[in-house]
Design a binder for this molecule. Sequence first.
Ligand code: XUL
Ligand code: CO
Length: 439
Amino acid sequence: MGIYFESVNKVAYEGKSSKNPLAFKYYNPEEMIGGKTMKDHLRFSVAYWHTFTADGTDPFGAGTMERPWDRFSGMDLAKARVEAAFELFEKLGVPFFAFHDRDIAPEGKTLSETNENLNTILAMIKDYMKTSNTKLLWNTANMFTNRRFVHGAATACNADVFAYAAAQVKKGLETAKELGAENYVFWGGREGYETLLNTDLKLELDNMARFLHMAVDYAKEIGFTGQFLIEPKPKEPTTHQYDTDAATTISFLKQYGLDQSFKLNLEANHATLAGHTFEHELRVARTSGLLGSVDANQGNPLLGWDTDEFPTDLYSTTLAMYEILQNGGLGCGGLNFDAKVRRTSFEPDDLVYAHVAGMDSFARGLKVAHKLIEDRVFEDAIAERYSSYTEGIGLDIVEGRANFHTLEAYALNHHNIKNVSGRTEHLKAMLNQYLLEVE
Ligand code: XUL
Ligand code: CO
């Protein structure tokens, strides 16, 4: 086995005074927070595509990444990437990884040849997984890169494409079962439309639901018991993506009777592209009982596209962990770094620095969020703010005893309404204080 990250030893926790870029300052995997280790709270996962296959290409220029495995090509490259991947997983001590089918093995000339390539690499991955501590958080099917998906996959206008996509997901579910994946993800890369002038929106949405029902049926048939996840995104690559945001996706799942079978995989940068905060998306899913997993990254507020940066914004990681803790954790989900190093960070060690930065940022977020909840900083403020619903007319409303007649009678007698401040600035200052002070 080759050594691809030569200058990197196993990344250790050295604490906040460490200046070593190859050490954790906050992520201390075995540290207990509220009765659970940090490692079990955070369930970090490395995204195969950004870390082992992305080359830094952008619309204006060629790849920039220096990757020692790039001296190989074809299936040898695919094999070298597996070696590099398990070396990095081990050095970072991450419990999970995630991949698309086409990240791990190249397509052949036919679907059977493609599946053969996949089988070869899957056997190799399975072998590594026998001794590795890193498990599969989720796998998914790439149904957006190849030109056959130009009009979509399950929502394509061409039934041959629908069939091809079904074959691909069938194989994906078999893969998930074989490797013991804890989840299976659907991100509808090209499931959307460019213009309504050529689109049968109703048929496309019905077909997407038919496709997902078929996937659920097949998982049952083969005994794959992992959680199904659907990942919302508002735009990119299509002008209008069907799974625009959490609320839209939840309503789609409910409309088509899929909400018992699916939860959401929410990505920070997708939330901001949808005009929401990350924590908004997490809250919407959590209040519907559908928060499943997270693609942990961040966008750039100055740019209108999916920059997939490694998460370093402590407000975002803290408020995300706040939602996750309030959800009782992510169950079999995790924090998958769907994040890529910048094009200018092209050396292999940058991959390690980036993951260390992301893991430390979420570890810090976890600690601060835990303390905020323990001290009931926002809970008490919220309880107080809504206290009018715990007695009198408010209690009648929430317990279903009120109607427009009783409310009118009440309002006629209570026209001197007194409101209380929402204390936004004070609460933000409290958040700052916790971010700065929590040990
Ligand atoms: C694309 C994206 C995908 C999904 C998996 O924006 O987030 O990588 O996470 O297909
Ligand atoms: Co993602």
